[in-house]
Design a protein around this ligand. Structure first.
Ligand code: SAH
Length: 450
């Protein structure tokens, strides 16, 4: 196949990055924003050694799973992968990603449970960061086109974010403009306002807003804040984050509260969390409760005494799913997250909970001091558990493991290694944490009889 050639194909599957898959002469063609059952003419846009990418130029017969797209930015923004199909088809496709990864990458023959999900498929994000741009007349909150730094404007509000975010950032931009603030120009490294960060507590609905600035202060700060809070009484915390660096890192540790509280308070399955501009907190409260309560019932069934929570973030999985009858150790790389975990444990009176800032490989030191976990929970970033961590898990002889993953491919790889080292896979449970996006979460329980 060559670039710009056109082929008539039928979409037969969805790949793990949300693209439809068709075949021509046994060569896969990945077709973004297509649906299983579509018959279409596609134009080849990119040719790789063993596969190609194509785009639909003529949809001859649409898939029965298709629905009307309700966002004018779908296909341009890149945030959603599934606004053009029913939610039930999305769930089917996501479970299939997991089945495919387990079988093809992990070479594991084990059933995959039906995917769990909540009924909340829209407006679920509790955090958003908007780059600020300008046209001839006005400042505006925008977003970057996928894989680029080309700024686009929102013609309508994003369906994954709370409705109030859209109005809030638009109003914030006009207030900033009124007081003469300029938007940051990345090419020239000039201009003041780089981004606006908004976070909302699902418990209190209170809002934290932070202006990320290329400068040391916000001129007319008092007036800006007073205009803003008079229009949005839900705002409880306003900060500036000083980021004068070139490059595209959004937040820096150099932030200061300029009005209100330094944080907003939230809770996840009974665990209190203070949210600052920088703190790590799950993006979708509803599905996180589902994730944690699923893990909690697994932990309750196991009747364990000593639990190690690796890649523990703000300690929320361990604190939400164990009780003070158990001893809990959490390990996490980010210092801020560990401080948050320690503070939550204190508020919960969990004197039995210990949090360590360091690489998850520090589990070796715990085992070396004679701590024998009877459950290890892992929740690594997309690249999965490191080889050292897997080696220490195997060495720990922990009779139970609960592995949480946001990447079925690396989970499959890790499960294969553990299965080759004495562990039995008891369950593989997909969960849809982020409806309409390509992401799918998986929990897998393993055990070992020593
Ligand atoms: N379990 C938490 C966070 C999971 S996200 C929750 O449910 O909220 C993955 C976490 O792994 C992040 O907090 C990240 O900072 C942390 N992390 C990444 N690499 C790490 C490493 N090498 N060692 C320890 N933690 C790491």
């Amino acid at each position: 196949m060559k670039k710009n050639e056109q082929y008539q194909v039928k979409i037969v599957n969805i790949s793990s990055d949300g693209n439809g898959v068709a075949f021509n002469d046994n060569i896969p063609i990945f077709v973004p924003y297509s649906s299983v059952g579509d018959e279409a003419v596609v134009r080849i846009e990119r040719v790789e050694k063993r596969y190609c990418y194509g785009r639909i130029v003529d949809l001859l017969s649409p898939s029965p799973h298709r629905i009307d797209v309700d966002c004018p930015l779908f296909e341009r923004c890149g945030g959603c992968a599934f606004r053009h199909v029913t939610y039930s088809e999305e769930l089917r496709a996501k479970r299939q990603f997991v089945i495919d990864a387990i079988q093809r990458i992990g070479k594991i023959d084990h059933p995959v449970d039906e995917i769990l999900h909540t009924d909340v498929t829209e407006y679920y994000r509790n955090k958003a960061q908007f780059p600020v741009g300008n046209d001839e007349d006005h400042l505006f909150p925008g977003f970057y086109a996928p894989r680029s730094h080309r700024m686009l404007q929102f013609p309508s509000a994003c369906k994954l974010q709370p409705v109030c975010f859209d109005e809030l950032v638009k109003t914030a931009c006009s207030i900033l403009e009124k007081y003469g603030c300029t938007s940051y120009d990345e090419q020239e490294h000039k201009g003041l306002i780089r981004h606006i960060l908004v976070r909302q507590s699902s418990l209190t609905q209170k809002i934290l807003i932070s202006f990320i600035i290329n400068g040391s202060s916000l001129p007319h700060q008092g007036e800006i804040v007073s205009d803003l809070i008079s229009k949005f009484p839900a705002i409880a915390s306003v900060s500036i984050d000083i980021n004068t660096n070139k490059g595209n890192t959004i937040l820096t540790p150099n932030y200061q509260t300029i009005w209100g509280e330094p944080s907003i308070h939230d809770e996840i399955l009974g665990v209190p969390v203070e949210i600052t501009p920088l703190s790590f907190f799950q993006i979708n409260h509803f599905s996180t409760e589902l994730l944690y309560s699923t893990i909690k019932s697994m932990v309750e069934d196991l009747k364990v005494k000593t639990v190690i929570d690796l890649y523990c973030g703000a300690g929320t999985i361990g604190l939400a799913t164990t009780s003070s009858e158990q001893t809990l150790y959490g390990i996490e790389l980010i210092d801020d997250a560990i401080e948050s975990a320690i503070s939550s444990a204190k508020t919960m009176n969990r004197t039995d909970a210990h949090f360590i800032c360091g690489d998850a490989g520090e589990i070796k030191a715990l085992i070396d001091t004679g701590i024998y976990p009877d459950l290890i929970i892992t929740d690594p970033p997309r690249k999965g558990c490191s080889p050292e961590v897997l080696e220490q898990i195997i060495r720990s002889d922990s009779p139970n493991l609960i592995m949480v993953s946001c990447n079925a491919a690396t989970l499959a790889r890790d499960l294969q290694i553990l299965a080759q080292n004495g562990y039995t896979i008891d369950s593989i449970q997909p969960i849809d944490m982020f409806p309409r996006t390509r992401h799918v979460e998986v929990i897998s329980a393993l055990s070992k009889i020593n």
